[in-house]
Design a protein around this ligand. Structure first.
Ligand SMILES: Nc1ncnc2c1ncn2[C@@H]1O[C@H](COP(=O)(O)OP(=O)(O)OP(=O)(O)O)[C@@H](O)[C@H]1O
Length: 224
């Protein structure tokens, strides 16, 4: 169980506002919210990248550390001239059958990463995360840049990680979450507005779509 209590993070304005949330272990948790609602800030804070803030994050009763979790940021940094294989060697990837993963993701691991496309870079970063085999895996917008096949493979990977890992994943495409998550948590105004299990995903999807329609319909009618 990841237990988040009274998390507060402020930049110019409060971003996370006394946010509390329990995340059941062995489940895939989706995180949704409009642009700027604080999804990345929340993941950064869970991973310890946001220093200014207060509150607590426990994993199985102990403060969560980088020993137990890995984090795929929205955008990754790569050294110039490094190859995919060299990049992966920077991480502890015990028992990782690299050549089979390479085949799955069609990655030219011996070429320099700077020659990779956006999607290829994303897949390389995903391999580094999967290879680390941590108990908690946090993925910020992992579907960004992936082609249809790779996106489906990622879903198949997440399905296989269920029960073995605790996964937190953000996406702007709600369907990519409803297909694979056990829970979806809706972030709004710095707090969790609601958390729903997979038997309520249809209702959540409809409610979000209706809300977007009602907020924007009048203005769009004036414009188009
Ligand atoms: N380093 C920073 N300095 C100042 N403000 C920041 C910083 N990082 C984020 N913010 C602000 O915090 C708020 C939440 O940003 P965050 O990136 O967490 O949102 P998000 O939900 O991940 O958005 P998106 O869906 O666009 O990725 C935004 O108002 C953003 O402008």
């Amino acid at each position: 169980m990841i237990s988040i209590k009274n998390l507060k993070v402020k930049y110019d304005q409060p971003v996370l506002d006394d946010l509390s949330l329990d995340l059941e272990a062995g489940c895939v948790h989706g995180l949704v919210g409009v642009n700027g609602s604080g999804k990345t800030t929340l993941l950064n804070t869970l991973f310890g990248l946001t220093k200014s803030g207060s509150g607590s994050v426990l994993f199985n009763g102990q403060p969560m550390t980088k020993e137990s979790c890995s984090f795929l940021p929205t955008e990754n940094f790569y050294y110039s001239y490094i190859t995919g294989r060299e990049y992966l060697s920077l991480f502890k990837t015990a028992h990782f059958e690299l050549d089979k993963w390479k085949e799955l993701f069609h990655l030219p691991l011996d070429e320099r990463v700077e020659t990779y496309s956006t999607g290829m870079k994303k897949k390389l970063s995903l391999l580094a995360i999967i290879g680390q085999d941590k108990e908690v895996i946090m993925l910020d917008e992992p579907y960004n840049g992936l082609d249809m096949e790779s996106a489906q493979i990622l879903q198949m990977i997440l399905e296989r990680l269920k029960k073995k890992k605790t996964v937190i994943v953000t996406s702007h495409i709600i369907q990519s979450l409803t297909r694979v998550c056990d829970w979806i948590h809706h972030l709004e105004k710095g707090r969790i507005k609601n958390s729903v299990g997979n038997d309520q995903f249809d209702e959540l999807e409809t409610a979000i779509a209706e809300n977007i329609k009602s907020r924007n319909n009048d203005l769009l009618n004036e414009l188009l």
